[in-house]
Structure formats: structure tokens, C-alpha cells
Design a protein around this ligand. Structure first.
Ligand code: SF4
Length: 65
């Protein structure tokens, strides 16, 4: 599974990072990017789904199932 944060949509709430710190990097302003080039490690798919579901801007997309 691979995820991507759509930079134009991200508003820097940090919810994704709070829910799944392993999957996101956050800059000084709170804006997130997908860690590890978006690759979700095996066994962390559920956490990724949780972050996606909790992003208020719908800024996290799945680019590879
Ligand atoms: S929860 Fe969504 S809007 Fe907030 S920092 Fe994460 S990707 Fe950006």
C-alpha cells in the first residue's frame, strides 16, 4: 500500500501524525507529507486507513492499494 498527501489540500492539522506518526513527516508549520516515500509498511495498513478517515481535508490518498 502506498499513500500520498495532496499538498494543496493539507491544512496542517496534524491529525494524521497523531494517529500514525510512523507514516507521516510534518514540517515546522504542521503540514504533512507521507514518510518513507509513501510506502506503508506491512501491518500498518489499518493505521493508514485511520489517518485517511480522520483527515478533515481529505488530503491523504491511496496511490497503490
Ligand atoms: S490530517 Fe490531513 S490536513 Fe491535517 S496534516 Fe494530516 S494530511 Fe494534512
Amino acid at each position: 500500500m502506498k499513500i500520498h498527501v495532496i499538498a494543496d489540500k493539507c491544512q496542517g492539522h496534524n491529525r494524521c501524525y497523531v494517529l500514525a506518526a510512523e507514516l507521516f513527516d510534518v514540517d515546522d508549520y504542521g503540514y504533512a507529507t507521507a514518510a518513507n516515500d509513501g510506502q506503508v509498511p506491512a501491518g500498518m495498513e489499518e493505521k493508514a486507513q485511520l489517518a485517511i478517515a480522520n483527515c478533515p481535508e481529505r488530503a491523504i490518498e491511496i496511490i497503490e492499494p
